[in-house]
Design a protein around this ligand. Structure first.
Ligand code: SF4
Ligand code: SF4
Length: 54
């Protein structure tokens, strides 16, 4: 997963992840690539297109 610099840490992506692979911390988000199934839900949910599946 690519996280773009303009991510505003709103947490919307973490809220929809079915496997809890995204954690939003202070000024960063962390994606557990081992948990991620690449379903793309977080990418579709992000309001500013800050995520990109690799
Ligand atoms: S939904 Fe988008 S802007 Fe919000 S924390 Fe996730 S990647 Fe960042
Ligand atoms: S692609 Fe799916 S499984 Fe991976 S972090 Fe996003 S919502 Fe979670």
């Amino acid at each position: 997963m690519i996280i773009k610099e303009f991510c505003m840490y709103c947490g919307a992506c973490a809220g929809v992840c079915p496997v809890d692979a995204i954690e939003v911390e202070e000024l960063k988000i962390v994606i557990d690539e081992e948990k991620c199934t690449k379903c793309g839900l977080c990418v579709k949910t992000c309001p500013i297109e800050a995520l990109e599946l690799q």
